[in-house]
Design a protein around this ligand. Structure first.
Ligand SMILES: CCC1=C(C)/C(=C/C2=NC(=C\c3[nH]c(/C=C4\NC(=O)[C@H](C)[C@H]4CC)c(C)c3CCC(=O)O)/C(CCC(=O)O)=C2C)NC1=O
Length: 169
């Protein structure tokens, strides 16, 4: 599992280069946003259960067929599995925010996920919508906490969305 710094060092080491202007700019921007990343993870941590619950309610309001007979989140077990998945996405998003790298998402969350979902009939569209709803809530809460540098917030949520939605060619 890599973070912004180890990824960069690995890339430069492969070709035996010193850290050039580009590398230093990348590092500077990561460290400049460091405290804000940590604070954002703190906001997520302090309200994770409510974020998941709220995003889940909105998702089922928008897509009531999911929790009706025949829906993938119908029955208490599958409903709980769905919210548990949302909780995974939120927790790993908070790790990726702090790491400044999406590597943890590739390694721990996304690998084989689409295949698993396809085999269980878990619909990707609404899953992605759930991830986006959590993103919106997190952005609101982070802004409300007065954290200023926040352009990194979308990244992990949008990354998971993109990777999950990607079509096989
Ligand atoms: C940390 C990385 C990680 C992820 C991401 C993960 C996902 C994951 N979600 C699963 C199931 C599931 N996932 C869902 C999710 C949903 N159904 C819907 O209709 C909604 C759109 C959506 C919620 C937003 C459901 C309902 C199941 C159970 C499906 C079944 O057993 O029939 C399964 C199958 C095994 C199980 O039930 O536990 C996995 C592996 N597991 C992991 O270890």
């Amino acid at each position: 599992m890599r973070d912004a710094v180890t990824s960069l060092i690995q890339n430069y080491d492969i070709t035996g280069r010193y850290l050039d202007r580009n590398a230093l700019d990348t590092l500077k921007s990561y460290f400049d946003s460091g405290l804000a990343r940590v604070k954002a993870a703190g906001v997520i941590n302090s309200d994770a259960a409510a974020i998941v619950r709220q995003a889940g309610s909105s998702l089922f309001e928008e897509n009531p067929e999911l929790i009706r007979p025949g829906g993938n989140a119908y029955t208490t077990r599958r409903y709980a599995a769905c919210l548990r998945d949302m909780d995974y996405y939120l927790r790993y998003a908070s790790y990726a925010l702090v790491a400044g790298s999406m590597d943890v998402l590739d390694e721990r969350v996304l690998q084989g996920l689409r295949e698993t979902y396809n085999s269980l009939g878990v619909p990707i569209g609404p899953t992605v919508r759930g991830i986006q709803l959590m993103k919106d809530i997190v952005k609101r809460e982070v802004a409300a906490a007065g954290i200023e540098v926040t352009d990194f917030l979308d990244q992990p949520f949008d990354y998971m969305t993109r990777e999950l939605s990607e079509q096989d060619v």
